[in-house]
Design a protein around this ligand. Structure first.
Ligand code: OAD
Length: 243
């Protein structure tokens, strides 16, 4: 079993590191997680709203949920975990942020090499033309919002039952295969295919470390599980970074 002290030595010596992040990394910035006690919106669970079927049946309801999430996220700042991770790009020869989050906080913290597995809440896509646009309007003036061509816009987010955007998973697998260490931060590790990335890393004999306030299905298979808040644990692993 790896100790935290041994992990820190390995983190210092490595050249290629990847992180897989989930909603828990943004919790201390104020973004609600999906499956925690604050995960509900009205009476709905994310799985009931984040689907193509829900959007087809009631685009206004789905957009009201996203408008609510956007209004929460808009004023928020990255926390110490996002900021520490952003510094790692300069330290390592290769460093990849693979995130399930759509909140854009890794980019706001300064990370550049980001694979957004589930899209981005600040992007919209025309359901007819397929073009993707940035949209930071909070609150949205029109719900559901429309494209110039008058078709509906949808959030540029991967919903349950949809494949990931082209190449994102392939790029994430390549990052995990090349990395010496994978840090899995603040994810319940149950949504596929993201949850398979730590398993793939283990199959390649990589060091896999989980940082979470709770146990997850990954806990028994990782090399080290650090219980704690991401915004405290991540800076404590990298206290030695040059400033
Ligand atoms: P979840 O809400 O399922 O899980 C959040 C995880 O973060 C849980 O395991 C918590 O224990 C942990 N956690 C909470 N606060 C934390 C903190 N301060 N520090 C560390 N860990 C903390 O979120 P995800 O795993 O990201 O998909 O969910 C995966 C996907 O399901 C999301 O990307 C989203 C959702 O439906 C889409 O939007 C398509």
């Amino acid at each position: 079993m790896l100790t935290k002290e041994a992990l820190i030595i390995k983190l210092k010596e490595s050249k290629d590191v990847a992180v897989l992040t989930g909603a828990g990394i943004s919790a201390e910035s104020g973004v609600p997680t999906f499956r925690g006690k604050d995960g509900l919106w009205r009476q709905y669970r994310a799985e009931e709203l984040a689907t193509p079927q829900a959007f087809a049946a009631n685009p206004k309801l789905v957009w009201e949920w996203y408008d609510w999430r956007r209004s929460i996220i808009h004023p928020l700042s990255p926390n110490a975990a996002h900021l520490t991770i952003a510094k790692l790009e300069k330290y390592y020869d290769k460093f990849t942020v693979i995130t399930q989050n759509v909140d854009g906080l890794h980019a706001k913290a300064g990370s550049k090499n980001i694979i957004e597995l589930h899209g981005n809440i600040w992007k919209v896509q025309c359901i007819v033309e397929g073009n993707v646009m940035e949209n930071y309007e909070v609150p949205l003036k029109e719900i559901p919002p429309k494209c110039k061509c008058n078709a509906l816009l949808r959030p540029y987010i991967v919903w349950f039952g949809e494949p990931l955007h082209p190449y994102t998973f392939e790029n994430a697998v390549a990052a995990v295969e090349s990395a010496q260490i994978l840090l899995v931060i603040g994810t319940s590790a149950i949504v596929q295919p993201a949850a398979s990335l730590p398993i793939i890393a283990k199959e390649y004999n990589k060091i896999v470390v989980e940082i979470n306030i709770d146990d997850t299905p990954l806990t028994p298979i990782v090399d080290l599980s650090i219980k704690g808040k991401a915004a405290e644990v991540i800076p404590s692993l990298f206290f030695w970074l040059p400033t």
